[in-house]
Ligand binder design. Structure first.
Ligand code: TNX
Length: 498
C-alpha cells in the first residue's frame, strides 16, 4: 500500500503494531536524531500525535530509527532502508540518513491518515527497499508565475512523501528573473517585477534562496537551480540594454510565446554577465548541479548558439558544478566531460533529440529523462481543460504518465547512463500553489514510482509490466494522506479516491 512501490514487501501475517500514546521515537546512529524529529513533526501534522525523540534502548511499542554501516538492504544501496513492523514495535534501518528518511516516508504512508479516536494500528510488514535511480526530480517554473519561499517549502513537503529527491527550480525566463544577483541588481529589481499575465512577480533574495536550499537539504532534497540561456532571457534583456544584440532594452514580457529572445552572444559584456550570474548562483548552491537551459534558442543563430553554449558550459564546470542543459545543448561538439543532458522530446524521439541526448553520454555524462508527452505536469489531464497546455500531443492522463519507461525511449540509452527521471511543471497557465498541486498530483506520483521502483521485466510490454490497477489502488490510500495534509490533487477517473 505504498507509493512508490517498494522493492520487497512481505506481509508477515503477525499481529499489527499499535501506536499508543506515550510511544517513543528511539534514535541511534549519526543523523538519526534529525530524521526522528522530522518523523515526529510529520506524524504530528498527519495525526496530532505527541511523540518524543530519545536516545535510549527501544521498549515494546516504540519506533526505532537506526543508522549504521551494516543496516539497510543487503548490498548497501545508497538511499536504501529496511522497515519492520510488528506488534513489538517499528524499526527503520539504514546505512545513511537519506535511507532512514525514505524509510520514514514509507512508514508515514502505512500509518492511517485519519485519527478517529481509536488507537492507530499498522499491519505487520517487512520491507526492504532501494531506488532504481539516484535522481528522482520535479521541476517548478517560478519564472512564469512566482511562488514564495513558503509555497516552495510546501511543495517540497509534498514531494518528499513520494521519495522525490531533486527539485529543479526554473529561476529565469522571458517573464521573470527570480534570484538576486548582487553584481547585476536590475535583474530582479526590474526583471523580477512581473510575471505571466501580469502576475505579481517577485524573487528570492540570496538569503531566502539559501534558506530554501537548507530546508530542502534537511529533507534530503537537492535544489537544482536553472538559469536559462541564451534564449528565454527577455527579463534579463529588459533589465540591461547592453545584453541585447541591438543594444536596446525591450519591454517586460507577460505573454506565453517562446523562442523570441536571445542574449548578445560572443560579446565581452555578455561573457562577464554569464560568469557573474553562474558564479554567484554556484556559490549559493551546495548541490552538485547547475542547469543553464539552452532550450528553444530559436532567435540565436546556430553558430552563435554553439559558441555560447561551449563558453557557458565550461564556465559552469570551472565553478566545480556539474553543468546540466536541455537536450539541445548536445549539439555542442565540445561538451565538458560529465555534463548532464535533460531529454524533453517525446516517448518516440523527434528530430535530433535522441542524438543530441546521446552526445552527453559520449562526453562521459548522464541523462535525465523528462519525455514531454508523459512526464510534463503542465500538460492538460483532459482535452479542453482550462488550466495547462496541450502542445505535447494533447492530454496526458494518469495512465499515460505511469505506463512508460525511461530506458525504452532512446535506442542505446539504458539504466547505466540514465541518472533518473524528472517531471517538469511549467507555469504559464498555472498561477497558484493549489493549481500547482492539482497539476502535479497524482501524475508526479506516477513519475516518482518510475524513478524509484524496479524496472519491469524486459520481455514484457510496458503496459502490462506496470500494473496500473495496483498503482491506482495504492494511490487511493496515499490520497488519504494528501487529504490530511491539505495537499490538492486532481480526482482523475480510474482511482478509488477516498
Ligand atoms: C517548452 S520544454 C519549454 C518551456 C515551456 C513548455 C510549456 C522546454 C525545455 N521548454 O519553455 O514552458 O514547453 O509546456
Amino acid at each position: 500500500m505504498v507509493v512508490p512501490r517498494p522493492a520487497q514487501l512481505e506481509n508477515t501475517g503477525d499481529a499489527p503494531f499499535t501506536l499508543l500514546p506515550g510511544a517513543r521515537i528511539i534514535v541511534a546512529g549519526a543523523g538519526a536524531e534529525a530524521v526522528g524529529r522530522l518523523l515526529r513533526d510529520e506524524l504530528a501534522t498527519d495525526c496530532h500525535r505527541d511523540l518524543v525523540v530519545v536516545h535510549e534502548p527501544p521498549a515494546f511499542g516504540d519506533i526505532a530509527i537506526v543508522i549504521a554501516d551494516d543496516e539497510g538492504p543487503a548490498g548497501h544501496a545508497p538511499e536504501g532502508y529496511t522497515l519492520d513492523v510488528s506488534a513489538e514495535g517499528v524499526r527503520v534501518g539504514a546505512a545513511t540518513s537519506a535511507g532512514a528518511f525514505w524509510g520514514v516516508q514509507t512508514l508515514r504512508q502505512l500509518v492511517p491518515a485519519v485519527c478517529d479516536g481509536d488507537p492507530l494500528t499498522v499491519d505487520a510488514v517487512r520491507i526492504s527497499d532501494q531506488p532504481r535511480f539516484a535522481y528522482r526530480g520535479a521541476m517548478l517554473d517560478v519564472a512564469r508565475h512566482f511562488f514564495t519561499p513558503a509555497e516552495v517549502k510546501r511543495f517540497i513537503d509534498a514531494i518528499v512523501l513520494l521519495k522525490v529527491n531533486h527539485l529543479h527550480l526554473h529561476l529565469t525566463d522571458d517573464q521573470g528573473w527570480r534570484i538576486e544577483i548582487a553584481s547585476w541588481p536590475e535583474l530582479t529589481r526590474r526583471g523580477g517585477s512581473t510575471g505571466s499575465d501580469g502576475s505579481r512577480g517577485g524573487y528570492y533574495t540570496a538569503d531566502a534562496y539559501r534558506d530554501l536550499v537548507a530546508y530542502a537539504a534537511e529533507r534530503f532534497v537537492t535544489i537544482v537551480p536553472e538559469l536559462d540561456m541564451p534564449g528565454h532571457t527577455n527579463a534579463a534583456l529588459a533589465s540591461y540594454p547592453e545584453l541585447n544584440p541591438d543594444g536596446i532594452a525591450p519591454a517586460l514580457y507577460t505573454g506565453s510565446e517562446v523562442g523570441f529572445s536571445t542574449l548578445r552572444t560572443g560579446d565581452a559584456v555578455t561573457e562577464r554577465f554569464v560568469r557573474d550570474v553562474i558564479g554567484e548562483v554556484a556559490a549559493l548552491t551546495p548541490g552538485p548541479y547547475l542547469h543553464i537551459g539552452g532550450d528553444e534558442s530559436l532567435s540565436t543563430s546556430e553558430q552563435d548558439f554553439l559558441g555560447f553554449i561551449d563558453h557557458a558550459m565550461h564556465v559552469v564546470a570551472d565553478t566545480g558544478k556539474i553543468p546540466v542543459g536541455w537536450h539541445e545543448m548536445g549539439r555542442s561538439p565540445d561538451l565538458p566531460e560529465g555534463a548532464v543532458g535533460q531529454y524533453w522530446s517525446f516517448r518516440t524521439p523527434r528530430e535530433q533529440a535522441a542524438d543530441e541526448t546521446l552526445s552527453f553520454v559520449r562526453a562521459g555524462g548522464a541523462v535525465i529523462m523528462s519525455p514531454a508527452d508523459v512526464a510534463y505536469l503542465d500538460i492538460v489531464y483532459e482535452d479542453g481543460d482550462a488550466i495547462g497546455q496541450d502542445w505535447a500531443d494533447g492530454a496526458t492522463d494518469l495512465r499515460s504518465s505511469y505506463e512508460w519507461d525511461p530506458a525504452r525511449i532512446i535506442p542505446g540509452l539504458g539504466d547505466a547512463h540514465i541518472l533518473g527521471v524528472e517531471a517538469p511543471l511549467w507555469t504559464e497557465t498555472i498561477a497558484t500553489i493549489e493549481e500547482v498541486e492539482d497539476m502535479a498530483f497524482p501524475r508526479l506520483a506516477a513519475v516518482a514510482e518510475i524513478g524509484w521502483s524496479a524496472a519491469p521485466a524486459d520481455t514484457e510490454a510496458i503496459d502490462t509490466a506496470r500494473d496500473f490497477d495496483d498503482f491506482a489502488t495504492r494511490l487511493g490510500r496515499l490520497a488519504e494522506h494528501w487529504d490530511a495534509l491539505g495537499t490538492s490533487y486532481r480526482r482523475v477517473p480510474g482511482v478509488p479516491w477516498p
